[in-house]
Design a protein around this ligand. Sequence first.
Ligand SMILES: Cc1ncc(COP(=O)(O)O)c(C=O)c1O
Length: 372
Amino acid sequence: MPKKTFKSRLFANSNVIAMHAYTPGEQPAGSGWVKLNTNENPYPPSPQVASALRQEIRRDGARLRLYPNPTGKNLREALAKHHDVAADWILAGNGSDDILNLLMRVYSGPGRAAGMTTPSYSLYPVLAQLQGCKLIEVPFGNDFALNGAGIAKCRANIFFLTSPNAPSGVGFTPSQIAALAKKFPGILVIDEAYAPFARDNAAHLVKKYPRLVVTRTFSKAYSLAGMRVGYALAHPGIIELLDRARDSYNLDRLAQTAALAAIGDPAYYKKTIARVVRTREAFRKKISRLGWFAQPSQANFVLIEPANSCGQTGPDVAAALFAWLKDRKILVRYFGKHPLTHASLRVTIGTDQEMAALTAALDSWLKLAPPR
Ligand SMILES: Cc1ncc(COP(=O)(O)O)c(C=O)c1O
């Protein structure tokens, strides 16, 4: 055993020493949880996924001896067809986090600032710290509307915009994105992790705006968070640079197989996505009936501002409800650090039964004696 006094930091990259690691949402142990905290899909992936995986593993798993296709060729070709572009417009990776990391590595660094709207996906600052680049934050107002003028003049070399946004759920229109792509002079990344749940998206705009990158994931709409597959859609000039920086096998054999089977079953996903959207709208109505505010979400989650039985809102109320639900094994997400989210809870849309369990719990909470 090395001595406790060993100072590993003396040898380390100073960016890593200074950075704060990303904090993922809780994955609770044990069963019986109503888990509405990490925007996973409540429905299983297409049955074709499990059958393709069984086929890939076969009886003895012998194919696992072999490296996967290094570029995810079949998947890239299927995704290219899906988006009506050539395969050199697509780069697949180990979740969209891998793609975001590659974008940050290639387009930021000392002297090349990265930008983001605040609050937004908390991985972006972590990736920026790792590259030792300046991070420029363009704040949202209370309505989470797009501040296109603020982004256009922020002087970032690469800007990350989540649409639909997380954690608000507010989606930006293709015409807003196109206007921004025209004005922003750097690389504009639209993180579309939640786009399949939205009315529209910006994927088609990459053909018109060469500095625009759209990132997508199989973790949400395709119910494959456990497989880790994401991709970038962008001009081949960008894809070629990302391709240089990626791990040589950044997508394993089973992940490629699962994603390929999923993309091959659009009819199944049309149904599950429509179910999630229906449940989301029913949940928003229920929240309005309680007299609480809910952001108009285009994603598979809703940011709600709870009130207690006296009608009070605020960080203490949100934190108390979060803890009360957790005691009852209902897990939602609380972002207590930011003033735009500290009075709210982000609720992932689950099955109708899960949402009924949550809304029954909210009704019981409102019947509690008011706090003194
Ligand atoms: C905005 C946003 N982008 C990207 C991701 C990560 O997706 P993946 O699972 O593909 O890495 C998430 C996950 O929660 C997210 O909220």
